[in-house]
Design a protein around this ligand. Structure first.
Ligand SMILES: NC(=O)c1ccc[n+]([C@@H]2O[C@H](COP(=O)([O-])OP(=O)(O)OC[C@H]3O[C@@H](n4cnc5c(N)ncnc54)[C@H](O)[C@@H]3O)[C@@H](O)[C@H]2O)c1
Length: 253
């Protein structure tokens, strides 16, 4: 088991990529804190892990709340008995051009995707240091490395996540605290289907994405979880400050 004995906190693990990551990490031997805003979904994820013989507990809250990052990491590390890894998967998307983005939508997206990730990273550092090192994995997006029309604020937020990741990798490299970003392309989760203009169906969304993905397939969140697990594990011990695309070739074009 590649994560045997590891103590890991996953934000946004009530759904999609975070949920798949938490379940996969537990199946690889990690003890896991599930976190999201919705208590029933968080508890359902905990139950699924525990029924499979794993170790998990839930801490619910909103990562946009300025006090939640520290609270999550403090309570989570206390329950786990220390901290070896953190995954920042909580995120939202607002589908609008820059011209059509309201101040509120811009601020909300930054508060969750950037501020939330930052505060969880900041709080994690001292606990990872106490463990002699560790791994932070931030879920960015292909939208953090290349532009996407109609997603201006989302692109800006995911670019900021990569910049934060790089700077923190430098700040903590010598302490063996690794900080990496993953950059998924289109992934089959509730986020892919949500927030589109009226009349746009999920079939339309899939067709538009498939047309731009060289592999011509849209994977499930388990495939992103596989990459995140590698970055959490000691098998990636010399990888830090990276932003790794998992996009079927989309950004190679
Ligand atoms: N699905 C995709 O195509 C795709 C592509 C690239 C990147 N991503 C990124 O992957 C991450 C996970 O997204 P997903 O596709 O699994 O979508 P999702 O909507 O299924 O999951 C998002 C998770 O974040 C949580 N969340 C949202 N706002 C929160 C808040 N304020 N506080 C705490 N939790 C909050 C949600 O409850 C949910 O658990 C996001 O950061 C997203 O931007 C997704």
């Amino acid at each position: 088991m590649t994560l045997a004995g590891k103590r890991i906190i996953v934000t946004g693990s009530t759904s999609g990529i975070g949920r798949a990551t938490a379940i996969a990490a537990a199946s690889e031997g990690a003890s896991v804190i599930i976190s999201g805003r919705r208590q029933p979904e968080a508890q359902a994820c905990v139950d699924e892990i525990v029924q499979a013989g794993g170790v998990a507990s839930a801490i619910t809250g909103d990562v946009a709340d300025p006090s939640f990052g520290e609270q999550l990491i403090a309570q989570g590390a206390a329950w786990l008995g220390g901290l070896d890894g953190v995954v920042n998967a909580a995120g939202i998307i607002v589908r609008a051009t820059a011209e059509a983005t309201s101040d509120d939508d811009w601020a909300r997206q930054m508060a969750v995707n950037v501020d939330g990730t930052f505060r969880v990273c900041r709080a994690a550092v001292s606990r990872l240091r106490a463990a002699g090192g560790g791994s932070i994995v931030n879920v960015s997006s292909t939208c953090g490395t290349v532009g996407a029309a109609g997603l201006a604020g989302y692109c800006a937020s995911k670019g900021a996540v990569i910049s934060l990741t790089q700077a923190m990798a430098l700040e903590h490299g010598a302490e063996q605290i690794r900080v990496n970003a993953v950059c998924p392309g289109a992934i089959e989760t509730p986020m892919l289907a949500g927030g589109h203009d009226d009349g746009v169906t999920i079939e339309d969304v899939r067709a538009a994405n498939l047309a731009s993905i060289p592999q011509n397939r849209i994977p499930g969140p388990e495939e992103v979880a596989d990459l995140i697990l590698f970055l959490l594990s000691d098998r990636s011990r010399h990888i830090t400050g990276a932003d790794l695309a998992i996009d079927g070739g989309y950004t190679a074009q």
